[in-house]
Each structure stands twice: as structure tokens, then as C-alpha cells.
Ligand binder design. Sequence first.
Ligand SMILES: [Zn+2]
Length: 469
Amino acid sequence: MSSRPKKKSFSEWYDYVLREGGFIDVRYGVKGMIVYRPHGMSIVSKLYQEFESDLKERGHLQVLFPLMIGLSNFRKEAEHIKGFEDEVFIVNKAGGKDLDEPMIIRPTSETAFYPMFKLWISSYRDLPFRTFQSVAVYRYETKATRPLFRGREFLWIESHNLFSSEEDAMNHINDDIKMMSSRLSELGIPYLVVRREPYDRFPGAEESFAYDAVLPTGEVLQVATTHYLGQKFTKPFEVQYLTEQGDKQYPFSTTLGIGISRILGALIACLGDDDGAYVPPQLSDRLGVVVPILSENESSEVMHYVESVLSVLPAGQFILDNSELTPGMKYYMSELLGYPLRIEIGKKEVRDRTVTVFRRDTKKRKSVSLDALPREIGAITDDMKANLKSQSAVKIYDAKNKDEIINLSAKNLIIRANFCGKKECADKIKEGTGGYEVRGELVNETQPDGACAWCGEKAARKVILARAY
Ligand SMILES: [Zn+2]
């Protein structure tokens, strides 16, 4: 084990925690593709469960589509193909021969879903039609890849939905925003929900909303997006239904992509500290470890007491660390892996019929009597969850002019400013600040209260400026 880097050297710390904490392995040998190890995969499974249950509660039905999409289908929506053509993997050979029709490996699955929607949807009674699938998608990233943040294969959930009116579709998007906001808050990830600028929308979308997590470096990382597609996909794919009046109509559609890999990365980045990761109680496969502190002559007495402690703890939620490591090393490992709780038991605890409970978030210890232990564990984990929620707010700094934008950007802060809405101006901001991007307008933002803070022209809206990961 190499020496543990402090979180202020973020990049080194992040790689260390992912590796030594047993979350993922980057040594698979294919650029941009990683292996999820058991400690990381158990969090991935819980994240999937949480989001899938939210979607199912909102009436979405789970489906599973093939990995490959015929090239002709992929090319049906012009803007979409333009936006993705540089980053798709294409399969054009099999069995040593060229394929009649090449196939693409899904970078997202609109062009897989819509040809089937055409077959499945025929009447207004079929709408709203809400679906999702939990899969990996593939994009040939040319920028430097980074485990969980940017890869060529990443895990996500994609939801594709059809509605009979624009209003129903927009209501659905508002519910997406509520659902995502509530989950990201519960996870303790600081985030912003922004309406992307028109030039920055998902290829083929009429409106794009993004969930930007704010990393400890001050950079923002898009972890999910929801898009209003209008009839831009239903028309080229000829998805039509008969209205109640008997007319043929194209439905309006939406999509939501939830980046599970990125959320895992953001979780480790945002919640961790110098000692390692912190896995929130609701995502941890175990609530904690039990560490016996043994000395030569009292070990059988301690171990006997440990048995009675384990018998009152919630079943399957705690593991006994009876390895050969010293108690100090066991503490070190439990903090690196990020278990929410640790129960320490030595001769003092045996004598007093207590245990010492250590909580990972505040790193505080508390002596708890054996009788009160089950109840206390419930109370402590509830408090840990409440703490997480209070951490998800983002501090935003308002800038009135160019100088203020430059000063705040030098400190890596999240900025809000009046903006003219022009791409050329956004490009100049990026140049003048060494990388700050116009991320978009916060949902429920107020009207601009002055001219564009950068160019002085008439402002169209207030926007968030930040450095993107
Ligand atoms: Zn401007």
C-alpha cells in the first residue's frame, strides 16, 4: 500500500481511493474501460435500485434493447447523427466478412427505441408511454479519459417517453427534475439544475436540462440530463397514433439519461476526505464493521462479548473484522472503504457492557450501551442521512462585470451573471477566464437585472458560469 495522499491533491487522492478502496480496477487494458470491483459494484447496484424504483413508481416500464443499432436507423434523425458521428463505434465486419449493413454500438438509444415505438404505438390509449433501460453505452471519447468521470463505456439508465401533448411532455420533464433533485440531495452531492443554452443542447433536442454536480475542485460534472425532443424523433421514425377524434398525430417525446458511473465518481469525490471514501448508509452494502481490540490475556472474554454484540445488531448489516491486522490498520481500512459506522470493542467496553460507535461522516465516537445499540444505530444513520441533505446546496457568486467574472473564476467559484445568449460571447468568456463555460440558466431563475456582464449587450437571461470537468 502506498502512502495515502491528502484530498487537496485531488487527482492523486481520487485514483488512490478508487484503487485501494477496491471500487474499480483500471488495469483492464482497453482505454476508457474499467472493471467494477465488488465494493464499487455494490454501490452501483444500489444506485440502480433507487433510480429504477423512482422510475417504476412514476409509471415507467423497464425494457432491454440490443447493444447494436443498424446504421440506417441511426442516420434517420439528421442532427442526432451529426452530433454523435465522431464518437460512435461501428461494427462492419463479422466472420471475416464485411457486413451488408454496418451496425453502431449504442452511444444512446433513441434510434433503437423509435423504430419499435412505431410498431407499438397506434392509439391515444397507448399514451403516455414511459420506458427505461439500464445498460452501458459507448462513446469514443478523444479527450483524456478518467475513471467514472469520462470513459468510453459507461453505465447509465436511459428513459424514453411519448406523450400526446407538449404540455404532458413538459410536465414529465418537471417530474424528472424533481426526482433527480431529490435523489442527488439525499446522496449529499452538491448539484445545479440548468437549462442548457440552445447551441449546447443534446443533438436533436428542442430543450435540454442538465444536472451538474460540483466537484471539490470547483469543476462541474454533468451527471444526468433530461431532454424535450418535441416531434423531432417521432416524425422521421413515423411514430403515429390515432387521436380520440380519429386523426393521425405524432406524439411528443422526452428522454432522461442518468449517468450511474458519473454519480458514483461524484459521490466518492464529493463525500470523501483525507481518510478515504464515505459511502452513504443507504448505498453501503454493510452499515459497518465490528473491530475487536484484543490483548493477550483478555481476548476470549472480548470475543465472547463481541458475539453478544453481533446478536443484537441488524442481521447482515455488520461484518466482524477478525483479520490479523492491528486495530489501527482495521480503522484505516474501514475509513478508506467508507463504511458508515464502525463498532469498536475492547476490555473497557466489555466491562461497561457498552460499545464505541464511530461514524464516518463526522469522525466522532460515541459510547452506547448494549441495550440501546439497535435504537442508537437507527438514530445515528438517520442523522447521517440528514447531514448529507444539508451538504447538497451550492454556493453561487454573482458577478456584475468582466472583472468580477475574472476574479471569481481565478478562485474556481461557481458564478452567476447576466448573459446575452450569444455563443461568440460564451467563447470569449471561456478564453478570457481560462476555461469557464456558460452552463445555462438555473431552473426557476429570475429575469436578468442588467446588461450582459461580459460584453455589455442586452442580456437574455442569468446563467451559471463554471469550469467543466
Ligand atoms: Zn455577452
